[in-house]
Design a protein around this ligand. Sequence first.
Ligand SMILES: Cc1cc2nc3c(=O)[nH]c(=O)nc-3n(C[C@H](O)[C@H](O)[C@H](O)COP(=O)(O)OP(=O)(O)OC[C@H]3O[C@@H](n4cnc5c(N)ncnc54)[C@H](O)[C@@H]3O)c2cc1C
Length: 387
Amino acid sequence: MNFDEPEHITMVRDTVRRFVEAEMPRELARKWDKENHFPRDVFAKLAGLGMMGLTVEEDYGGAGRDIPATMVVIEELARRSLAVAVPYIMSACYAGMNLQECASEEQKRDLLPRVAAGELLFAYGWTEPDVGADVASVKTTCVRDGDELVINGSKRFCSGAGICDYIYTLVRTGPADARYRNLSFVLIPPTAPGVSITPIDCMGMKGAPTTDVAFTDVRVPVANLMGGEAGWNRGWDYVVGSGLDVEKLEVAAIALGLASAAYDDAWEYVQERRQFGRIIAANQSIRHLLADMRTALHGCRLMMAHAAWLAQEGRPCRLETSMTKLHLCEMGKKIALDAQTIFGAYGYAKDFDVERYVRDSLLMPIIGGSAAIQRNNIVNWMGLPKG
Ligand SMILES: Cc1cc2nc3c(=O)[nH]c(=O)nc-3n(C[C@H](O)[C@H](O)[C@H](O)COP(=O)(O)OP(=O)(O)OC[C@H]3O[C@@H](n4cnc5c(N)ncnc54)[C@H](O)[C@@H]3O)c2cc1C
C-alpha cells in the first residue's frame, strides 16, 4: 500500500494553490461573498490552466478523466472561495462528467471541447417546490412536438441558473406513476423564451446564486435531449449510473476545503491572540480543539483519497462515496464550528473568514443527498438480514 500523493496530483494541487494566491486573494473572496458575485474573469484564467479538462477525455479536447485530480481542484478552490469552486463544479462536473458519460456522440463532439475550454456551465435543475430528497418524483413535464420539446413546470434551489449556459433539467416524459422509467434530462438555455429566474436569498454558497426557475411552454430542439433520441426516458439511468458517486465526492471536497481553511486560520489565530498574558494556544481547551480538528481532517483526507481512487478505477464505490460524503460534511461542519469557538467573538464577525466558512459548511450535509439519505443508503447497502 502506497500513501504518497501521486506526483501529477501534487502538481495540480500546487498549480491551483499558486493560482488561488495570485488571482483569488482573501479580500476578493470576501467581496464576492458579500456581493454574491461570480468572477467570470478569474474563472476564465483558471480554464486557461486546463483545469476544466480534467473530466474530459483527450479525444474531446480534455486532459483525460481524473477524479482524484478534479477533487483536489475543488478542495483547493473551496479553501478560498465557493464563488469559483462551485462554478468549477458546474463546468467540469455537471457539464463535463455528465456529457462524457451520457451524451450522444454528436453532443460530445459539440459540447465537450467547450467544457475543456471553460466555456460551458451547467446548473442542476432537479429539486422542485414539492420535490427534495425524493428526486424521482419530479413534476416538470416535457412533451415532444415535432422536432421540439415543450417544457412546463418549475425548479427550486437551482444554483447558478443565472450564470450558466444550460440548466440540466430533470423532466417527466410520461405518466408520473411510471416513476423511474419516465424521466429524461433536457438542456435548457436560461435565456430561452418562457424561462423565468427568481433569486432565493440563502445564507451561504455565494457566487453561484441559487434560484427558483419557472418554465412556461419553453421550446428547445429535440437535439437538446441528453443522450440524443436514445436519451428519452433514460433520465434515471443517468442519475444513478453516471455522476452520482462523483457528485457526492464533489460536495465532500468542498467540505474538506472549507474545513482545511478553518483549521489553517485557527492555527494562525491561536498563536497571535493573547489573553491573560499569554497566547490562547497555551490553554488546554484550545489545544484539544486543535488536536480534534487535525485528527478529523486527517481521517477526512484518507477517506476522500480512497473513495476518489475507487471512482477513478471504475470500481463499485457507492458505499464508500456515501460514507465519505456523510463523514466529510459532518466533520467539515464541526471543524468550522470549532474554529469559530477558537476565534470567540471574532468568529462571529463578518470581517473574519471563519464566519463564512461556518455559513458555507452548514450547507454541505444538506445538498447532494442529505446526511439522512446517506445514512439510509449506507445501512441499506451494509447487508443486514431482512427479517
Ligand atoms: C443553497 C442551496 C443550493 C442548492 N442547489 C441545488 C441545485 O443546484 N440543484 C438542485 O436540484 N437542488 C439544489 N438544492 C436543493 C438540495 O439538493 C435539496 O435541499 C436537497 O435535495 C434536499 O431536499 P429538501 O431540502 O427539500 O429536503 P426534504 O427532502 O424535504 O427533506 C427534509 C428533511 O427530511 C429528511 N428526509 C427526507 N426524506 C428522508 C428519508 N427518506 N429518510 C430520512 N430523512 C429524510 C431530510 O434529510 C431533511 O432533513 C440546493 C439547496 C440549497 C439550500
